[in-house]
Design a protein around this ligand. Structure first.
Ligand SMILES: Cc1cc2nc3c(=O)[nH]c(=O)nc-3n(C[C@H](O)[C@H](O)[C@H](O)COP(=O)(O)OP(=O)(O)OC[C@H]3O[C@@H](n4cnc5c(N)ncnc54)[C@H](O)[C@@H]3O)c2cc1C
Length: 416
């Protein structure tokens, strides 16, 4: 009997122990679930509320598009956009830009309404004047003033003095440097000006024609392919070469810009044919001029005037074919430690070709494709590590943009 009682009390103790263990496990689980839920909600609220201040240096097409990305990110409380030029100088640039389908899609995603911008469409590309594009972006930024504190300071140069005048507690968390190929804002911020220079495996030459009697209307570009030039007068027998199936394909020509400012780009993949060798090394500058002269008249639109021997004098062009190279900054993003500022370099300030293909703005847009997530990650960073990771991802993307251009950029902008 005693034995049975002891057994029963042993069973009860075990059951109690089991029940206690079960209760403890359940309450621990509950505590963990509550902790996770509270943490996730607090993180969510913190991320949702996180807002930063952003400074953009340069109001070229890339700087202003970066400003639009910042406003659309929903993570910016205060946005300051600078340019050393005054409004009239900023908007009067004569160049035309051709936004390719990828840039158009990117800009549509940012709310750009192409129906409200002077320009024209051709082959899914949108052609407009650089100043028209900048003016449109400035007008959108004006409209966003109710959502974000936007300040556009034109006629203001970014210098050490400018930085010193910002009160410490008002320093931006992010600075976007988009001050073009001649800007020196990176040196103000202590960012190295080392560039990697890489060959695009092509030779090229550029020409510019300016005619003051023509209107600045948006004009589609013209492309021509597989061109060979008769240089027999200079002792170069091209005919036999181009019939030779092993020799490389001929030249690609692009005519772009408005009827007033016509630009031409002539490109061929690197090769060692007689013609290419001759055009790479000739000392006779009139040969290239002749090539551009004849090419323009052969491929120009029907409604614009031909270049005559007289008007041809107004054409400026490369003296010979040169190797096309892309230079890109070794350091395109940085962290200013003491001041807790993340800096990213964009557009021609980050990467530039020694040859104009009329693709510069698209190359800048490619770099901005990672700007939205960079601003989000910086705004919601918990600590310095998160910011460094965001900067590292931005820099990696910048390198990828340069590499992708070297692989396919000339094909997209010239060969196809
Ligand atoms: C003759 C010519 C024809 C071209 N044609 C075409 C074309 O057909 N299609 C095309 O896509 N591209 C074309 N381009 C290239 C195109 O103009 C550039 O790719 C484009 O302007 C680069 O944009 P960005 O915003 O990076 O720099 P930018 O347009 O150079 O803008 C930089 C801005 O930063 C400002 N800035 C500089 N330093 C400071 C400072 N310290 N503080 C404040 N502001 C500063 C400058 O005033 C400038 O407004 C052409 C270029 C040239 C020269």
């Amino acid at each position: 009997m005693d034995g049975l009682q002891a057994e029963n009390s042993g069973d009860t103790a075990e059951e109690k122990y089991r029940a206690l263990a079960c209760d403890t496990a359940l309450s621990t689980l509950l505590a963990v679930v509550v902790y996770v839920l509270v943490k996730v909600s607090l993180d969510g609220i913190r991320q949702w509320r996180a807002r930063i201040s952003v400074l953009i240096v340069g109001s070229g097409p890339v700087g202003l598009t970066a400003a639009l990305v910042a406003v659309r990110s929903g993570k910016v409380l205060k946005l300051t956009v600078l340019d050393e030029r005054y409004r009239s100088a900023l908007l009067c640039r004569p160049q035309q830009i051709a936004l390719d389908p990828r840039s158009v899609k990117f800009l549509l995603g940012l709310g750009v309404d192409f129906d409200n911008m002077e320009g024209c469409w051709h082959n899914d590309h949108f052609f407009t004047r650089i100043g028209v594009f900048q003016e449109y972006l400035l007008s959108i930024l004006e409209q966003k003033r109710q959502q974000v504190d936007v300040k556009v300071q034109l006629g203001t140069k970014f210098t050490e003095e400018y930085l010193r005048r910002i009160p410490r507690k008002e320093w931006p968390s992010v600075i976007v440097v988009a001050d073009g190929s001649c800007g020196d804002s990176c040196s103000v911020l202590g960012i190295s000006s080392d560039y990697t220079v890489e060959s695009c495996h092509a030779y090229g030459a550029n020409a510019t024609i300016e005619r003051l009697d023509q209107r600045q209307v948006p004009t589609p570009e013209i492309r021509a392919h597989s061109l060979y030039f008769d240089l027999s007068a200079y002792g170069v027998e091209a005919f036999r070469e181009h019939r030779n199936p092993t020799s490389k394909p001929g030249f690609h020509l692009k005519i772009y810009g408005t009827f007033r400012n016509r630009y031409m780009a002539l490109v061929c993949p690197t090769s060692d044919t007689k013609m290419v060798r001759f055009l790479r090394h000739t000392a006779n500058s009139s040969i290239m001029k002749n090539i551009f002269h004849q090419s323009f008249n052969a491929y120009k639109t029907d409604i614009e005037p031909r270049l005559s021997d007289v008007t041809c004098h107004h054409m400026q062009c490369s003296r010979r074919l040169f190797e096309i190279q892309l230079s890109h900054r070794r350091i395109s993003a940085a962290y200013i430690e003491g001041d807790n500022v993340a800096v990213t370099v964009e557009g021609e300030a980050a990467r530039v070709l020694n040859f104009d293909t009329g693709f510069g703005v698209n190359l800048g847009m490619r770099g901005l494709e990672s700007m939205g997530s960079f601003i989000y990650r910086t705004a919601t960073a918990v600590d310095q590590n998160d910011i460094l990771e965001a900067l590292s991802a931005k820099m990696q993307h910048s390198r990828h943009v340069a590499e992708a251009f070297r692989q396919t950029g000339l094909a997209e902008s010239m060969y196809e």
